[in-house]
Design a protein around this ligand. Structure first.
Ligand SMILES: [Zn+2]
Length: 438
C-alpha cells in the first residue's frame, strides 16, 4: 500500500509538470507571429513549447491555470521597446565556410584541415544563434565530408550553442563539375561535393548521404565547369528525377543550386523543391516555378559580397552588370508570384551577419513585413518544419526579441535583445540575471 501511494505521488509529480518545466511570461511591446504584427500581445512558454499567445488578459489567465503547485508564478521576461518574433530560419548557410575575402573557396577546400574547419564551424554556429537565427538549412559542407552531422549532434546534445540544423552533408554533383580551378587536367583535385552519375551510382550516393545523416539532398544543377567561364547545366532531367524520387521515397526533399535558365528548368522539371540563386532566371522560368510550386532562395547577399571581393566599391562605384541583372531577375521572380525563401548563402560572408540578406531583399524590392514572413513562416513551410516559424500555441518556443519595429525598418532585426531556442534562453539582455546570462 505504501508503495502504491509513493507511485501515485510520482504520477502527480510528473503530471503537475509545472514542477519540472519552466514557465516564462514574455512581455514585448508587440508580437510578430509569423504573419502579422499584434500590438500588446503576450506569450507564455512552458518547457520547450509556446503554451499561449494573445491579449494580455487571456495569456495571464492561461498562466494562472498553469501555475505550479508550489504557487510560484511564471518568470516575467520584460521586453519593453521590443518586437518579439519567431526565431529566424536561415535558408541557405554553409557553417563550414568562412568569407572568401579571408580565404578563397579553392583554398578552404584544398588547404584547410577538416579539424580547422570544424573548429571554425563551432564558432559560426554560436554567432548564428546569437544573431537570432535559431534554425539553419545548411546546404553542404563544401569538401568537409560529413562533418555537419557531428556539428548538428554537438548542438542537439547541448555541448555547444548553435541553431537547429537541417543538413545536406556532401551534396551531389555530376562528375568533374565543382572543383577548385586552374589545375592541369593531369591532376585529380578534390571536388566540393560528391560526384555521381547514372542510374546506380546516383541512387547509391543519395542513399549513402541520407544514411549518414542528410535531411535534404542538394544537387548542383549547373556550374562553371571545364574551360568555359559561364554556368552550364550538369545533370540530365532524368538523372534529377531519379535523385528526387530516391530522396522522396525516404521522406527527404531535393533542392538545387541553379543559376542558369536551363539548369533551373531542369531542376524544376526534375522535381526539386527550392532553387538556390536563380540569377539568370527569365519570366518564363519564374512562371514555371510558380506553376510547379517551386520556391526561390535568391542569395542576394552572396552575389553582392563576391562582387565586392572582386573589387567593386559599393556605394562609390556604379553597380556591376551582375548586380544590375540580379535586381532585374529578382523583380521578375516577385512579379511571377514565386514563393521567396530567405537565405543568403552565409559563409560567403560572415556568419552572424545573416541579416544582410534581409536588408538586401528590401533594397531589391520586397516589403519589410514580407521579408520577415520569408525568414519565419514561409521558410518553415517550404522546409517542412511544421512546429517552427510561427508564434502559435503548441509550437516550439524558438523566439527572438529585437528593439524597434523591423516591420518598418528591417535593420532593426540586428538589435537582438533576447534569444530563446526550444524554451531555453541563450541571450536575455534586458533581464540579465546570473541564471540566464550565458
Ligand atoms: Zn551555397
Amino acid at each position: 500500500m505504501k508503495q502504491l501511494f509513493a507511485f501515485i505521488g510520482i504520477l502527480f509529480f510528473i503530471q503537475g509538470n509545472g514542477f519540472t518545466q519552466k514557465l516564462y511570461l514574455l512581455k514585448p511591446d508587440r508580437v510578430f507571429d509569423g504573419t502579422a504584427i499584434h500590438e500588446g500581445w503576450r506569450v507564455l512558454v512552458q518547457g520547450e513549447k509556446i503554451i499561449a499567445v494573445g491579449e494580455p488578459k487571456n495569456v495571464e489567465d492561461a498562466a494562472q491555470k498553469l501555475q505550479t503547485p508550489d504557487k510560484s508564478a511564471p518568470q516575467i521576461i520584460d521586453l519593453k521597446g521590443c518586437t518579439l518574433l519567431p526565431g529566424f530560419i536561415e535558408g541557405h548557410s554553409h557553417l563550414f565556410l568562412h568569407p572568401y575575402n579571408e580565404t578563397t573557396w579553392d583554398d578552404q577546400v584544398l588547404k584547410e584541415a577538416r579539424s580547422l574547419r570544424t573548429a571554425r564551424a563551432t564558432l559560426h554556429a554560436k554567432q548564428t544563434l546569437m544573431a537570432g537565427f535559431t534554425t539553419v538549412r545548411d546546404l553542404g559542407t563544401e569538401g568537409a565530408e560529413f562533418d555537419d552531422v557531428g556539428l548538428k549532434q554537438a548542438i542537439n546534445q547541448g555541448i555547444i550553442p548553435g541553431p537547429r540544423m537541417v543538413i545536406a552533408t556532401k551534396a551531389l554533383i555530376a562528375t568533374g563539375s565543382y572543383a577548385p580551378k586552374g589545375f592541369s587536367p593531369d591532376i585529380e583535385v578534390p571536388q566540393g561535393a560528391e560526384e555521381a552519375d547514372g542510374h546506380d551510382r546516383l541512387i547509391q550516393a543519395v542513399r549513402r548521404q541520407i544514411g549518414k545523416g542528410a535531411d535534404v539532398v542538394k544537387i548542383y544543377a549547373d556550374y562553371r565547369w571545364g574551360l568555359m567561364g559561364d554556368a552550364r547545366p550538369t545533370f540530365l532531367v532524368d538523372e534529377i528525377k531519379l535523385i528526387v524520387e530516391t530522396a522522396r521515397s525516404s521522406g527527404r526533399p531535393t533542392i538545387a543550386h541553379a543559376g542558369s535558365a536551363e539548369g533551373m528548368r531542369r531542376a524544376i522539371l526534375g522535381g526539386c523543391e527550392t532553387l538556390e540563386h536563380g540569377d539568370a532566371g527569365t519570366p518564363e522560368i519564374f512562371s514555371l516555378m510558380h506553376e510547379k510550386g517551386v520556391a526561390l532562395c535568391p542569395t542576394l547577399a552572396a552575389g553582392d559580397a563576391v562582387s565586392q571581393y572582386r573589387g567593386w566599391k559599393k556605394g562609390v562605384e556604379p553597380e556591376p552588370e551582375r548586380i544590375k541583372n540580379k535586381r532585374i531577375t529578382f523583380k521578375q521572380a516577385l512579379d511571377a508570384g514565386v514563393t521567396i525563401c530567405f537565405g543568403g548563402d552565409v559563409g560567403v560572408f560572415s556568419h552572424g551577419d545573416n541579416a544582410r540578406e534581409m536588408e538586401m531583399m528590401v533594397d531589391y524590392g520586397m516589403k519589410p513585413l514580407d521579408v520577415l514572413r520569408s525568414a519565419t513562416s514561409i521558410n518553415a513551410n517550404v522546409f517542412h518544419l511544421s512546429q517552427l516559424g510561427n508564434i502559435k500555441g503548441n509550437f516550439l518556443a524558438d523566439l527572438v526579441a529585437v528593439e524597434g519595429r523591423p516591420e518598418e525598418r528591417i535593420s532593426d532585426v540586428r538589435k537582438i535583445k533576447f534569444v530563446m531556442k526550444n524554451g531555453e534562453i541563450f541571450h536575455n539582455e534586458p533581464n540579465l540575471s546570473p541564471k540566464s546570462a550565458k
